[in-house]
Design a protein. Sequence first.
Length: 221
Amino acid sequence: MYKALISDFDGTLFDSQRAISAVLLETFKERDVAPPTIGAIEASISMGITLEETLEALRPELKGHPEQRDAWVVHYRKIYNAGLGITASSPFPGLAAMLEDLRAKEIPVIVVSNKGEAAVWNTLKHYAVDHMVCQVVAAFSELPTKPHPDSFFHRILPNYEHLQPNDFLVFGDTATDMKYARAIGAGAAYASYGYGKPQDSLSYEPDLVVTDMPLLLRAFE
């Protein structure tokens, strides 16, 4: 039985594809640049990459120009956190009940996301589930994000000295999450209802394929 849950955010806990798409389109609009197609946006979301990588994929002119790209990042997050990103997101069915069940079992829940930290916390608070999450490890400063293992070994594991890496279960919808689980030596649960490409995630042979929230709880029984 696993003793702690590390969960992705977008496409795993929250249905935020519409929010990300809306904020990206608004960012392009406000910067007076021709917008990408919805197909291109959805393709980038399916990869579970960082916002910086997403912007470079959608606007290749930003590659090799980190200052310009970072200005876009700031602009995007300003729009997202002003409300559009939060109100256009919604929790997947069963989220609150699942988190409540894990809290009753004293299973810590850590959200690890390549999203900005403020966006994650603000969304959790908006939907009144923030009190059931112990920690958010998200994009912050120059610290590496998923699938790099440093976020686990430097920002998570030191807070749980009684646990070993294999006591954790990583729950996510993309190959990035599965790769992260394997990199840190944790279990892997693939959220098949999310945005990632199934063939990419399944290539990491996840320990559990989750079709809905209640199914995840079996790993903690």
